[in-house]
Design a protein around this ligand. Structure first.
Ligand SMILES: [Zn+2]
Length: 181
């Protein structure tokens, strides 16, 4: 950050009095610009034994597979965000169900929230951010071409648990700060 979004003044990075971390502080209006993790919200759209996956048309990981998910907007609820992303990326209508997984990704300051969801009809097609949208059963999923570990790992759990007829709720951490991205 270089300029203040409040008054366009120059900002400087400093630790405000009583704080413990450096923040961007405006030299003119003195406002402190706090930066906090972003929420990424998505769902696992279910249809019989299959789930809906999207092949990404955008970087990062263009051409790789993922669940419909994206950044939550201001003034919406978690379930609205998950349904909106599914409509945008797959033109698919879903009824959002229970929360399935929450993952912290501290190396990129993101929190992922994935819901279970019921696909309401089969009238889906790729949105602008997807090359392809498909319903896939467990053994049809290109596990080696999953775009992100934060999608791969909970989906592996999901299919394992579904076989046991017992879907739980999971929290986890994926920290790639010292590994591959
Ligand atoms: Zn300012």
């Amino acid at each position: 950050m270089k300029y203040c979004s409040n008054c366009s003044g120059i900002v400087e990075l400093l630790i405000p009095e009583g704080d413990s971390l450096p923040r961007y502080v405006c030299t003119i209006c003195k406002i402190i610009h706090y930066q906090n993790p972003k929420m990424v919200v998505g769902c696992i759209p279910e249809w019989e034994d299959k789930i809906l996956l999207c092949r990404r048309a955008i970087e990062p990981r263009r051409g790789w597979w993922t669940l419909p998910a994206g950044f939550m907007e201001n003034n919406e609820t978690l379930k609205q965000a998950a349904a909106r992303e599914t409509l945008e990326e797959a033109n698919a209508r879903v009824e959002i169900g229970d929360l399935y997984a929450v993952y912290s990704l501290p190396h990129i300051s993101q929190v992922y929230l994935l819901f279970r969801a019921r696909l309401l009809d089969l009238d889906f097609k790729p949105g602008i951010e997807s090359l392809e949208v498909r319903l896939l059963s467990e053994n049809e999923i290109p596990w080696e071409e999953m775009a992100f570990r934060v999608i791969h790992d909970p989906l592996k759990k999901y299919f394992k648990e579904r076989k046991l007829g017992k879907l739980g709720f999971h929290t986890g951490v994926i920290d790639l700060s010292h590994g591959k991205s």
